[in-house]
Design a protein around this ligand. Sequence first.
Ligand SMILES: *Cc1c(COP(=O)(O)O)cnc(C)c1O
Length: 519
Amino acid sequence: MDLLLAIDGCVAACHPGNPAHAATTDALGRCLDQGGRVWLYAGAAQGYEDGIRRALEDEARCGAGESAEAQALQRARQQLAAFAHGKQWLAALAGDCADCAAPNPAQDRLLRALQRFTPGSIKVLTLDPAFIAAHPDQALTPAAYLDLPTLERRIDFIDLPGQQSFIRPQLEERLHRVLHHGRYILGPEMEELEGRLAQYTGAAHCVAVASGTDALLISLMALGIGPGDEVITTPFTFVATAEVICLVGARPVFVDVEPDTCNIDADKLEGAISPRTKAIMPVSLYGQPADMDEINAIAEVYRLPVIEDAAQSFGATYRGRRSGNLSTIGATSFFPSKPLGCYGDGGAIFTNDAGLALAMQELRVHGQERRYVHTRIGVGGRMDTLQCAVLLAKLDRFDQELARRIAMGQRYSQLFAGAPGIKTPVTRADRTCVYAQYTLQVPGRDALVAALGARGIPTAVHYPIPLNAQPAYRYLCCPDCTPVAARLAAEVVSLPMHGDLSEGDQDAVVAAVMAALKH
Ligand SMILES: *Cc1c(COP(=O)(O)O)cnc(C)c1O
């Protein structure tokens, strides 16, 4: 549960002379210990400052000498600045001021701001009995908070709220800027984002699109792939990879994967090439680039384009180059749970081919060359400006999160080293894995998933059914054609992984896995 500080609560916390100081400090400490957040309301900043200043003046009991007043003001500002560190400022929004003539306007604004939260997920911390009596479900005293039973600390599979608390000011500023300029489609944020992502990957061109699925679809369309064509890919991936091949009327040809990296096995590729093959689509699964140079070399012999499905690997490197910029085309996804995720759907395509980039730009707006002149058959596949704004707010912290993901992925593997029955993920020496998923291979996976669930540890299975065993795709070939993928589907399990995972939580996950496997 989070806490939102009323003015009196903030004064008590900042002022050691206040009778409620100790209890308030304890309450805030307990909130943070239990994984909650402490919020200050931006609309009450002046109130916080005034309250702290008055407390300092009372303490000094120094008449009302002008210099004492100025000193108290100065100190109050410094105290508030220091206190706010590590806490969240809750934005004051227009609707908070809907009733400036309310009997208690300051309280009214605070309560309106509170309504933006999920009911029960936050309470106002105050010392005012009248406030609590009027709003018993929304407000409590520090003492009452300290009397609440201890909450079980929850481990999240992915912690998006935790990440948000580090970028909230940038996020709000970016989103509000879009609300003000109003260019919701193809707005300036899209161009800014494309420039920054192109620079990040080193690709000459970046085309922002509506999703990772659209990124793959538009890539195939730009290459002119259609009915009668074949595209070689892996059966051990998210369904979108094969889906888009079928959507353009072509046929996916599945090649089995490597048992350790779970990526497409480049050694088996050549045997799948036919005169109808028009492209190769490897997936950089779990955040580790596939054997792109080996694949590119084979593709070159047969003059085939290579589309990297980099939906899970944005940020990863391969022989010093970035995923997304390792072949003819790279396509990534900004689905919220991906290593770089927006708050809805989004995706991007990378290429160094200007002709392909132009085709992709036109295809994402209904094949439009100029307004209402349609030279190609396209799709409605633009990334909207608000989602671009979210990513721009996230980009500054992205490298730090990546470094942390990589460190925590490696730490998982160290902690599991030598444990019987567990295969940890393998990363080749010439590349990095950004651990979109940290995925173990464990025979008896389903029992482990159930045991971890019972211990409150969330897991996921990426993926339980290879695509050639899926009802809609079974007609393509049988699962026996790709025995490695079939085995992996029965044995893989992904553990909690995100850029703010703590070592303590990770230790708890590892201990739970070890304990579950012992039984
Ligand atoms: C997530 C994902 C996609 C699809 O991306 P969306 O943005 O959800 O459309 C495609 N391929 C792989 C491997 C993915 O993980």
